[in-house]
Ligand binder design. Structure first.
Ligand code: DC
Length: 233
């Protein structure tokens, strides 16, 4: 059966990664979390003193950008692909609020995007990939066979992200999470380089009132239409 590319774009915290992981598992495809790569760069600038308040030392970042190594490794314990930065597993660290807060300082930088898009395109060569992000159906894989554009109300998204952070033992208030989501929506949709936009051929899924299994069934229906019957091996 043809191994296609599935691009999932949408706003922060609207369940893109949940759907992407479910589809990848069902289809035996590789799931790639492109947001984790932007988060890893944000962690790098935090840990290396390249950010001071809201000020990023862009010149210093561009000087070292080629030498920052970002990748994914399968973890046998969690049975998941986890994010690595310069030889260290940062999967959990990159989900903390300070990283969420600083990621929009690095994600608009064209050089950062060019580096990460190139890695993403290499990882997606040959298909059999579900990738989620903001520019996957428009920039990374404009010819993806299936594109989903996901959305949900900001209040629903904040509540979900808040519970996720709490579930991991992290600390944040619901107000902080909501403010961060509102800020990232604005930054993601208004930045000059590769802003979040709905690809004209994307299928829109508003999951404000959908359970994750309803959303999955809806998405699988579209995949079946594109590539035929899919059965779990
Ligand atoms: O999906 P996420 O919330 O983990 O993404 C973290 C940030 O990275 C988000 O604020 C937007 C940015 N991002 C991006 O600019 N392009 C992508 N393809 C993925 C994420």
């Amino acid at each position: 059966m043809k191994r296609i590319t599935i691009a999932i774009d949408g706003y922060s915290s609207c369940g893109k990664s949940t759907l992407a992981k479910q589809l990848a598992h069902h289809l035996h495809y590789t799931y790639i979390d492109s947001g984790a790569m932007y988060r890893a760069i944000a962690l790098y600038v935090i840990e290396n003193g390249l950010v001071n308040g809201e000020e990023l030392n862009k010149v210093a970042l561009l000087r070292v950008l080629d030498h920052i190594h970002i990748g994914f490794k399968h973890d046998d314990g969690s049975q998941r692909s986890e994010t690595w930065l310069d030889g260290r597993n940062v999967e959990h660290r990159i989900r903390e609020m300070d990283v969420s807060h600083n990621v929009t300082l690095v994600s608009p930088i064209p050089e950062v995007r060019a580096k990460l898009v190139q890695i993403q395109q290499q990882m997606g060569q040959g298909g059999g990939v579900v990738m989620d992000g903001r520019d996957i159906g428009t920039v990374v894989f404009p010819h993806a066979e299936i594109k989903f554009f996901m959305t949900a109300s900001a209040a629903v998204r904040a509540q979900r992200r808040y519970l996720e952070i709490k579930g991991r033992g992290g600390s944040a208030t619901l107000e902080e999470v909501l403010a961060n989501i509102a800020r990232r929506d604005l930054d993601d949709t208004t930045r000059a380089a590769d802003p979040l936009v709905q690809a004209p051929d994307a299928i829109v899924i508003d999951n404000s009132d959908l359970t994750s299994s309803e959303q999955f069934d809806l998405a699988v229906g579209h995949v079946v239409k594109a590539i035929g019957v899919v059965t779990e091996a």
